[in-house]
Design a protein around this ligand. Structure first.
Ligand SMILES: Nc1nc2c(ncn2[C@@H]2O[C@H](COP(=O)(O)OP(=O)(O)OP(=O)(O)O)[C@@H](O)[C@H]2O)c(=O)[nH]1
Ligand SMILES: [Mg+2]
Length: 312
């Protein structure tokens, strides 16, 4: 029997708690940063741009007394194309399936109209405890603090609101305790050493997408999908990864390749710099760029690129 088979047999304390925490909120408020901070490692990509996270992604936090499964979700927003609709549906599904809702908010600015819409969406999920993570507290101006905190507290009935800074790891451990108290008693869902459910292929695709989002402007960051065509551990010291970067238009292809291939070279270097220490091997990265006309508005192309709702 492997360790993985064994984990259900392990004796856990009688009051062991476990369950799913849906981490929701507007794009760019710091949901993925917060989950990475809780887990102490990067499981989700983070960029300064809204709509970075596109799919549901689990971050599994295990201690002897508890297992909290954080469900990172795409930012709730008013969708402009099919990809946006898909992303919003992913977030709404996570909300419905959650034991606890963790609404992440950017406390450094006033609540927006989008936050009011999210409040309505959250209120549709009745009987689920709601915790507010008032994030980016490091950017909160003293003069605004009271007014902002009060305005956020008014948005939705909730159990507790906590100031945190995911970036500085402030308030994060308190938040874990608060969430655990609200989970049902029960055994673990995952082996204790598992922190995520995604495989290295997916992580490699996401790292490449992150580097593109960081290096490009305007529509391009959001028009990119990355498909791993081949992923091979060629030897103990070398991993070969070949990937296709899909864009929506010819002009975008030119920008991703760059003058004399300069941009694609930089993207490859940036992605390798992150993947190599992660894999503890050298990485040979073969990147190609292809145009899939308007793929974000085409259900069939989106499904081909792996944007599928599991239960559909
Ligand atoms: N100053 C400050 N910046 C933060 C904090 N948390 C996150 N950020 C920054 O906010 C930006 C967005 O962070 P993400 O974690 O990608 O936000 P997200 O909510 O997951 O965004 P989407 O995936 O687009 O919905 C990044 O530039 C982060 O570095 C924080 O506590 N303080
Ligand atoms: Mg995110």
């Amino acid at each position: 029997m492997s360790d993985t088979d064994n984990f259900l047999e392990e004796s856990l304390p009688d009051d062991h708690r476990s369950g799913f925490v849906a981490v929701v909120g507007r794009p760019n408020v710091g949901k993925s940063t917060l989950i990475n901070a809780i887990l102490g490692q990067k499981i989700a990509i983070v960029t300064p741009r809204p709509q970075t996270t596109q799919r549901q992604q689990l971050g599994i936090y295990t201690e002897p007394q508890m297992q909290i499964i954080f469900v990172d979700t795409p930012g709730l927003h008013n969708p402009q194309h099919k990809l946006g609709e898909f992303m919003v549906k992913v977030a709404e599904d996570a909300l419905r399936d959650a034991d606890v809702v963790l609404w992440v908010l950017d406390i450094s600015v006033e609540p927006t109209v989008a936050d009011k819409h999210i409040a309505d969406t959250i209120q549709q999920v009745q009987d689920t405890p709601v915790i507010l993570a008032l994030n980016k507290a490091d950017l909160l101006d003293d003069a605004n603090a009271e007014a902002h905190i009060a305005a956020y507290q008014e948005l939705v009935p909730h159990d507790l609101a906590m100031l945190v800074s995911a970036l500085n790891n402030d308030g994060v451990s308190n938040l874990i305790g608060v969430l655990a108290e609200r989970l049902p008693e029960g055994p673990r869902f995952y082996p204790p050493d598992q922190v995520s459910e995604v495989n290295m292929r997916f992580i490699a695709a996401e790292v490449i997408r992150e580097k593109i989002m960081l290096a490009t402007e305007q529509e391009i960051p959001h028009s990119v999908a990355v498909e791993i065509v081949e992923y091979k551990e060629r030897s103990e010291t070398m991993t070969y990864i070949s990937a296709i970067i899909y864009v929506e238009r010819d002009s975008q292809k030119g920008i991703i390749i760059g003058k004399g291939g300069s941009m694609i070279k930089k993207l490859g270097q940036d992605a390798r710099a992150e993947l190599e220490p992660m894999l503890d091997t050298q990485v040979y990265l073969d990147l190609q760029v292809k145009v899939l006309k308007n793929w974000r508005s085409d259900d069939r192309l989106m499904r081909r690129l792996g944007y599928r709702i599991a239960r559909d």
